[in-house]
Structure formats: C-alpha cells, structure tokens
Design a binder for this molecule. Structure first.
Ligand SMILES: Cc1ncc(COP(=O)(O)O)c(C=O)c1O
Length: 400
C-alpha cells in the first residue's frame, strides 16, 4: 500500500506552475527564454497599498487575527459588493483566505461528499478539477468551443445537471481564455439554474476589473437576485491590484456556508497574513484610479498579441473581453513537423517544442481541458511580447 493518500493520487500538480518552473530552469542555464506562462501582472503593487502594509507593521498589527479575516477587511468586502454590484452582505457572510485559491478550496472542502458533482466549463482554470477531487467530489467537465468564444451555452449547462450536481463553477472573465459573459449571456445561464434549485453557483470573479472595449462585468447574484441564497461570490486582490504575493482572497455568501468554510480554515491554516489583510483593506477602500490606465496597457498588449498570432497560418486567435490571456487554437498546425524533427501531434508537444526550439514558454491547452490550443499570458512588456510573437511566427512558418 502506498504511503501517500489515495486522494492525492487522483490529483496532478499545477501545469502552469510546472511550465513556469521549466522556463526558469532554462533561463538559469543561460537560455534567452521569454516567459508567457505565468498568470500574474508585471505591474508593481500600488504605493498606497504598500504604505498601508508598512503602517500596519509599524502599528504592531502583526499578531494572529480572527481565522477568516479582520472585521475591517470583511467590512471593506461588504462595501465593495454594495458599491460595485448592488449586493447587500454583512461581515458574517464574508470569508477571507490566503488567496482566492484558498477560499475556493475551503468552499469545496466544506461542502462536497462522495458522489457530489461539480460542473466545470472547459477550458478552465487548472485548479478547479483537482480541488474538487481533493475535496472528494467528481468534476464534470463540459467542453465549450472556439466558435462560441469558449462560452458555455444554456443548453450545455442544462444537459450537464444531474440530481448529484452540487455546484456550478463559473469564471468570467476567464482564465485561460479571457472570455467574459455579457449580462444577457449570464442571465441565460442563471435562468437554467432557476429551474434546478439543488444546484449552487460558485462564481470566481478574480478578473472582474480586467475588462476591455467597454465590457460590462456582471456577477451572477446581481443578474439573478433570486440566486443570492445559493451563490458563493469569490474574488481577491491578486490580479487587479497586482498583489499575487500578498495572498489575500475573499468570498461572500450564505452565513452557514461561510461558517463551514471558517471551520475548514481554522483547522488548517488559520488567518491569512495580518499585514496583507491591512494592505487589502486599502486596496478595496482606497483609490481605484490605477485600474483604468493599467487596463489601457493590457488592452494594447492584447491587441498586439491577437494581431501577431492571427497572422500565423494554422493559428486562430479570438479577441477576448478580459483577463490577460489569449487562447489560440493550433488545429491548423497539427501533423506538421519542425526543422528539428518534432511532429506536432498535440498542443503539449507544440508547447514543449516552442520552449525548446524557439525559447518561448506558453502553457498547452490540455492542461486547461480543451485542445488543441495554448495559453498566452500577455502580462509582460510590449517588447517581450513583440519578440515572443515574432519567435512563434518564425517557429510556425518553419513547420512543414
Ligand atoms: C481564475 C482564477 N481564480 C483564482 C485564482 C487564484 O488567485 P490567488 O492568487 O488569489 O490565489 C487564479 C490565479 O491564477 C485564477 O486565475
């Protein structure tokens, strides 16, 4: 019998982290690798947020806090939910965790039993299915299509629901595609959920603020207030506030669920870093003025990448509404060979060859549950993006 748990054997390590580590290894060995695999903004954390953290340290706010967050941060989340979405929450309905990842994980740990199914549209953020497996549930992946801009249709959602469905995980704008659901598209999905009162919705709004071309972000409980009692709205400060290393995420939902999540967290990690929590209070309550100029930069980079990748024969690259990813299809390249003799028979082989033969790190689509594609993170400089896309163009042009 293995020393390691049977549950763990069902889970795979994060491929995005693995790809980023492989690129770093090649860089350390002296190779001029351009990394487009990491899911974090290249911007620095805004100064007002850093100052709030420094002030917290100086004031001795360095002790244990309540396991799922200081009252000030819970209140800041309530204020944000009201301000941005018109949704009323009290601090008892808010859970703060060590990154968005932990709050999602807590919710699954707190609710899943053997046989419980969780609907996950594919492509998905790599951690959803594995977190469901770790929590003892069964992920039900539903493939979307490039033709539908990687968005789940109401008919697909309807067909995936069974008596065992516990959660529907919704992520807009999406990692890895950047696809954002407009109000009507989201309403069509919530209409389906209204017909199935046993299904709860876990919405991951992590990329809420990163949206372009006037895209209007909506969250499910705002679009269908009758779902309020079975919606967990998850969010965090990592992406919009360039705070990936600070590790603060939060969720708002029904009191009983939040209390159950607190129980999980209090017996595992306890409170997220006290200093980071004070920084997050400032992120949510302080100026939001840097969001618009940052988005201008992201939009310019998105357009640059979409344009250069769309020039490649064999690649189709839709223009997404938000986040900082594009998810091009390489279906027109499958079966071709590189000058080094690599036969491109999958997106995994494509991404590996791109790294080894062209010094560009991307993440293969199979990691996100939809092939043959790859994910480009454009959260890096215009120069690096231009050079990386030129390398991808040359690599693809040399395929025969
Ligand atoms: C869709 C999505 N949700 C949640 C997270 C987790 O964010 P955090 O770094 O706050 O744990 C990420 C991070 O990549 C993400 O892309």
């Amino acid at each position: 019998m293995s020393f390691l748990s049977a549950t763990l054997s069902r889970v795979k390590p994060s491929p995005t982290i693995a790809m980023t580590a492989k690129a770093a290894e090649l860089k350390a060995a002296g190779r001029d690798v351009i990394g487009l695999s990491a899911g974090e903004p290249d911007f620095d954390t805004p100064q007002n947020i850093k100052d709030a953290a420094i002030a917290a340290i100086a004031a001795g706010k360095t002790k244990y806090t309540a396991p799922d967050g200081i009252p000030e941060l819970k209140q800041a989340v309530c204020t944000k939910m009201k301000r941005d979405h018109g949704l009323e929450y009290t601090p008892a309905q808010v859970s703060v965790g060590t990154g968005g990842k932990q709050t999602l994980y807590n919710a699954l740990m707190a609710t899943l039993n053997d046989g419980d199914e969780v609907i996950i549209p594919a492509p998905y953020w790599v951690s959803y299915p594995d977190m469901v497996l770790l929590a003892g549930g069964t992920p039900v992946e539903v493939e979307t299509s490039l033709e539908n801009n990687f968005k789940l249709t109401p008919a697909q959602l309807e067909a995936a629901i069974t008596p065992n469905t516990k959660w529907f995980i919704f992520n807009s704008p999406s990692n890895p595609t950047g696809a954002g659901y407009g109000r009507d598209e989201l309403k069509a999905l919530t209409d389906v959920l209204m017909r199935h009162p046993h299904v709860w919705i876990m919405t991951d709004d992590m990329y809420e603020h990163l949206a372009y071309d006037g895209f209007e972000f909506c969250t499910p409980a705002q679009v269908e207030p009758r779902l309020y009692d079975r919606t967990l709205t998850c969010n965090g400060v990592s992406k919009a506030y360039a705070m990936t290393g600070w590790r603060i995420g939060y969720a708002a939902g029904p009191v009983e669920l939040i209390a159950a999540m607190r129980k999980v967290q209090s017996q595992s990690t306890s409170n997220p870093c006290s200093v980071s929590q004070w920084a997050a209070v400032e992120a949510l309550n302080g100026t939001q003025a840097f969001l618009a100029p940052n988005n201008e930069i992201f939009k310019r980079r998105r357009d640059l990448v979409v344009k250069m990748l769309s020039q490649i024969d064999g690649i189709t690259c839709p223009t997404p509404e938000g986040a900082f990813y594009v998810y091009p299809s390489i279906s027109g390249l499958i079966g071709k060979s590189s000058p080094a003799g690599t036969v491109i028979d999958s997106d995994q082989v494509f991404a590996t060859a791109l790294l080894e033969e062209a010094d560009v790190a991307v993440v293969f689509g199979a990691a996100f549950g939809l092939s043959p594609n790859f994910r480009v993170s454009y959260a890096t400089s215009d120069e690096a993006l231009t050079e990386a896309c030129a390398r991808i163009q040359r690599f693809c042009a040399a395929l025969t």
